[in-house]
Design a binder for this molecule. Structure first.
Ligand code: NAD
Ligand code: 6OH
Length: 491
């Protein structure tokens, strides 16, 4: 499209194997410098309807007839095609999110390919339970279950790890034989659309993978979750949005899988490996500018090493390099949007009002170039707040943590668990027994000991309380994305 003298890219919807526009368009902004990188075609109710219809009809076509081995082979081809176009995906993800290229190269794009490979392999190997049953008349029956797709799955994803989180749901959904309609975040529409090209190349039939762009409320997201012909909804995003979606799907009693927000704790004991822990916690707080649902925003440190720890993390935070995402030395990108930066800055202000000491950061960096038009913010460390302060209770989703001291293990466990969320926790100690003991008391779905965000895709992943419903990962994903039909045969 021509805007003035510049050519602006258009990101289209992908429905039934065709790229289609829509009535309205909205801007896709690069958060590193505020520039408009594309116009995105918003899908109205009609287009969402078309996407769901295409997905329904694809279930009855070639895709529905494919055996598991062939389906898995095509998913490996999707992974191959992502790897073949690695640099395209990398550039698109970095432009949409502003995340450092060094991070996306290591994390986001390889994980997208890995998501397809793991679920392709798992579905081929997946067994199901069977029981030999004694009947009341002294004979036998055989019970066994078969796996069937749910049907059309609606997939709604956020902007922080766009391709990683989208493929984390698309791959198992397709592995189980479903068709999907995905709505990526309005902030990061590019890689879901590139994936459509990859699907074509990999021989995924038309209608199996559909992409509709747009917003949540009164827009594409709502049209999708309200749609009567969608069989299940899987969502990653804010807890409040999860609650809204739950109401939408309630009338149809549809299965939901929700990966939601967190206010994750890290518990640091005096016997930890100090350097390793400082590096680990720095990642847990600042990676992706703190925009990972698993990030630690509450750090509890044993009193004996409290001052040393705060000093060590301050030094580490101040050594991080905000800058152009394209420079290899950069390890802090911007926040996703102006609006999100306003939200995080409002928490920095609130922290001061609540009586926090700002150990480092608390503001906005300045570059003296076009990056000043981006949405950068300083990595920030707070201390001195009470456990009931809003900044200790509410998810901020930025590069910020509050550090509190503790004296006893019991106290640390109690403070870590004092939250309505329950996604992830990390425990840092060189005492093996204590590591296990404390980890097992965490009221969360995922606990790491002496590490953070170390992933094995076969493990259960999800949250407790406001952090979600259900588990995905490995066989847990296969079980969500399929219906089991138990067959009982009298022998
Ligand atoms: P968000 O909830 O605002 O948006 C997520 C997606 O939902 C977007 O695609 C959005 O358009 C859509 N949406 C919004 N309202 C909707 C509605 N009424 N109906 C249907 N769709 C709707 O979340 P976000 O701001 O994109 O992401 C940040 C949040 O996501 C944080 O709370 C973070 O903790 C959470 N998150 C959780 C996980 C996890 O695995 N638990 C992973 C990543 C992000
Ligand atoms: C949230 O921002 C990160 C979620 C990570 C995953 O879902 C994963 O599978 O690693």
């Amino acid at each position: 499209m021509r805007r003035g003298s510049r050519l602006v890219k258009v990101i289209q919807n992908y429905i039934d194997g065709k790229f289609v526009r829509g009535v309205h368009e909205f801007a896709d902004v690069n958060p590193a410098d505020g520039s408009v990188i594309a116009q995105v075609c918003e899908a109205d109710r009609n287009l969402v309807d078309g996407a769901v219809r295409a997905a329904r009809s694809a279930l009855r076509g070639e895709w529905g007839r494919l055996g598991v081995r062939e389906r898995a082979a095509r998913l490996h081809k999707v992974a191959d095609a992502i790897e073949a176009r690695f640099d395209c995906f990398l550039a698109a993800e970095v432009a949409d999110t502003g995340k450092p290229v060094s991070l996306a190269r290591k994390l986001d794009i390889p994980r997208a390919a890995a998501n397809f490979r793991i679920f392709a392999d798992l579905i081929k190997a997946a067994g199901l339970e069977s029981f030999q049953t004694e009947t009341p008349d002294g004979n036998n029956a055989l019970n066994y279950a078969v796996r069937k797709p749910l049907g059309v799955v609606g997939i709604i994803t956020p902007w922080n790890l766009p391709l990683l989180l989208l493929t984390w749901k698309v791959a198992p959904a397709l592995a189980c034989g479903n068709t999907v309609v995905v709505k990526p975040s309005e902030e990061t529409p590019a890689t879901a659309t590139l994936l459509a090209e990859v699907m074509q190349e990999a021989g995924i039939p038309n209608g199996v993978y559909n992409v509709v762009h747009g917003f949540g409320t009164n827009s594409t997201g709502e049209f999708l979750t309200q749609h009567p012909d969608v069989n299940a909804v899987t969502f990653t995003g804010e807890s409040q949005t999860g609650a809204t979606i739950m109401k939408m799907v309630a009338a149809g009693v549809k299965p939901v899988s929700f990966e939601l927000g967190g206010k994750n704790a890290a518990v640091v004991f005096a016997d930890c490996d100090f350097e390793e822990t400082i590096n680990g916690i720095s990642d847990a707080v600042f990676l992706n500018t703190g925009q990972v649902c698993l990030c630690a925003e509450r750090v509890y440190v044993e009193q004996k090493i409290f001052d040393r720890f705060v000093g060590g993390l301050k030094q580490k935070a101040e050594s991080l390099k905000p800058g152009s995402p394209l420079e290899s030395a950069t390890n802090v990108g911007p926040l996703i949007s102006k609006q999100h930066r306003e939200k995080v800055l409002s928490y920095y202000k609130l922290a001061r009002e609540e009586g926090a000491e700002v150990v480092t950061g608390g503001g906005v960096p300045s570059f003296g170039n076009s990056l000043d038009n981006g949405f950068f913010i300083q990595p920030t460390i707070l201390t001195g707040l009470s456990e009931s302060a809003r900044c200790v209770k509410e998810e901020i989703f930025g590069p910020v943590c509050h550090i509190s001291p503790f004296d006893t293990e019991e106290e640390a466990v109690r403070m870590a668990n004092d939250t309505k969320y329950g996604l992830a926790a990390s425990v840092w100690t060189s005492n093996l027994k204590r590591g296990h003991r404390v980890a097992q008391q965490m009221n969360v779905g995922i606990t790491w000991v002496n590490c953070w965000f170390l992933r094995d895709l076969r493990t259960p992943f999800g949250g407790v309380g406001l952090s979600g419903i259900g588990r995905e990962g490995g066989v847990h994903s296969l079980n969500f994305y399929s219906e089991l039909n138990n067959i009982c045969i009298r022998l």
